[in-house]
Ligand binder design. Structure first.
Ligand code: CA
Length: 233
């Protein structure tokens, strides 16, 4: 079943804007369009979309910067569109808080599948079914309220970071390899995830939950094996 969503599309090339909006409408989504970053940001505040598709090369503020502004207030999935198929752009996109990255020209089915996957991930924050809340001396995850707090302070995680932390903490003390994490966190979308996604997601997570992200104590790296949530208690 498809999740019907309100989708923001920001793209300065009219043909691509038209193509993406049409595809999204055919999927049953409602669409808000903008052709530059400033209008995109305004539309984001006014319409509060469930997902944003952002071109990177925009007149005025870039897609990366726009994503950064969106991330200040929201955790909705962000998919970047770009003509540059270069690795640096992809890594920059993920680092800017993007969830996925599509290189132009893309196939219609690819775009539809990526959007559906991002909406699916956003709709299921917890992995598996009856996941129990997690708490130790430092971290509290409340899966019903969908909130996380560390050392008494609420932290705001993206859906992907939430899933990552949920998987790691529910396997507390256990080392999980990069491949295992891809399976557990990305699920059926693991094949499409970029190889550096696990490392980047862990690094974002650490910057939000670790007292000193350079010396992580909660999410440890086990060299040559993977990552482990080391329970604080
Ligand atoms: Ca452009």
């Amino acid at each position: 079943m498809n999740n019907v969503a309100n989708v923001l599309v920001v793209e300065d090339e009219p043909e691509i804007l038209e193509l993406v909006s049409t595809l999204m409408r055919l999927e049953g989504h409602s669409v808000v369009c903008a052709s530059n970053g400033e209008d995109g940001l305004r539309a984001f505040y006014q319409r509060r979309p469930d997902l944003a598709i952002l071109d990177i090369g925009l007149p005025g503020i870039s897609g990366f910067d726009l994503c950064g502004r969106i991330r200040e207030v929201s955790e909705v999935p962000v998919i970047f569109l770009t003509a540059l198929g270069d690795e640096t752009d992809r890594v920059r996109g993920l680092r800017a808080g993007g969830d996925d990255y599509i290189v132009k020209p893309f196939g219609n089915d690819e775009l539809k599948a990526r959007v559906a996957a991002a909406l699916r991930r956003a709709a299921m924050p917890a992995v598996g079914s009856a996941r129990r809340d997690f708490t130790d001396g430092e971290l509290i995850m409340d899966h019903r309220a969908h909130t996380v707090s560390v050392r008494g302070t609420p932290v705001s995680l993206t859906p992907l970071e939430y899933r990552m932390l949920s998987v790691l903490s529910s396997h507390s003390g256990q080392v999980l390899s990069q491949d295992r994490l891809l399976d557990l966190v990305w699920g059926v979308d693991a094949v499409e995830a970029a190889p550096e996604s696990v490392r980047l997601c862990i690094s974002h997570l650490r910057s939000k939950i670790e007292a000193d992200p350079r010396r992580p104590r909660l999410v440890e790296t086990v060299r040559g094996f993977g990552y482990r949530y080391a329970t604080a208690a």
